[in-house]
Design a protein around this ligand. Structure first.
Ligand SMILES: C[S@@+](CC[C@H](N)C(=O)[O-])C[C@H]1O[C@@H](n2cnc3c(N)ncnc32)[C@H](O)[C@@H]1O
Length: 249
């Protein structure tokens, strides 16, 4: 089935499409040291929740959100309109790597949960260092491993956890690239369970309401498999954080 449909259905009820709680996202947004009229770019913006919260909390901030999904980008546009922020936030439906930001043009560049756009955490840092102003802000949402994955987990999801580093190592990678850590905020088990459970719920409700959809059995099968891997392995092995850095001045 279409991959964007899978994520569109399973994340239909997520305004925040990552494992951080709403309260923690508010905390992070409140701590952003932004000047009035700051310019922000959010790559893989999902439903636009981060852009909307930053615009509502930081006077005069303007931003661009980029998302490749034909489910999420239109949803983000609708939500921006609902908040009356269409003159401050532009949403583009396109691949994140294809968005051409002018070098040194941004006060804040963010990518929360899609670092694969630049082949990972290091690649995202390299890309963002070029487009933020000297001393600008970079926020990246990235999983990290709490322990080494079991052989069983590796078989179930090859490379998933093995390719991750620890929380401290994520911050170390950024420091080695010249960034200054300003803050990090991690999920706890409730946050993760909510993020995962909302996917089970959305998929089961969608399947019950759309029994004739040709993708019902494939979608349920995939969600239930992902659920089993999360419960058996991911829940105790991985965690998630958003990291806030300042670029060199
Ligand atoms: C885990 S979700 C996070 C969404 C949002 N940042 C949030 O935290 O609510 C990942 C998002 O990345 C988007 N995405 C995946 N690949 C992308 C790409 N190559 N370019 C732009 N967006 C992409 C998906 O459509 C999805 O909205």
């Amino acid at each position: 089935m279409d991959i964007w449909k899978y994520y569109g259905v399973t994340h239909a009820d997520h305004l925040i499409m990552n494992p951080l709680s709403s309260a923690k996202l508010d905390e992070l947004v409140g701590l952003l040291p932004l000047q009035t009229g700051a310019r922000m770019l959010d790559i893989a913006c999902g439903k636009g929740e981060l852009l909307i919260r930053v615009a509502r909390n930081h006077e005069g901030t303007t931003g661009v959100g980029v998302d490749i999904s034909p489910y999420e980008a239109p949803a983000a546009k609708r939500r921006v309109d609902e908040y009356g922020l269409e003159d401050r936030i532009e949403i583009l439906e396109m691949g994140g790597a294809d968005y051409d930001a002018a070098p040194g043009s941004l006060d804040l560049a963010t990518c929360i949960g899609a670092s694969w756009v630049w082949d990972g955490f290091q690649g995202t840092i390299n890309a963002f260092k070029k487009i933020v102003k000297p001393g600008g802000l970079i926020a990246i949402g990235e999983p990290y491993k709490m322990q080494e994955p079991s052989a069983e987990y590796e078989n179930a999801e090859p490379g998933m956890a093995a390719n991750l580093v620890t929380h401290a190592e994520n911050i170390g990678i950024a420091m080695a690239a010249g960034l200054t850590p300003l803050y990090s905020i991690a999920s706890n088990q409730d946050d993760w369970d909510r993020y995962e459970g909302m996917q089970w719920r959305a998929a089961e409700i969608w399947a019950a309401e759309n029994p004739d959809d040709p993708d019902v059995s494939e979608l349920l099968e995939r969600m239930r498999r992902d659920r089993a891997v999360y419960l058996r392995h991911g829940r105790d092995t991985l965690n998630w954080a958003i990291y806030l850095f300042r670029a060199p001045g």
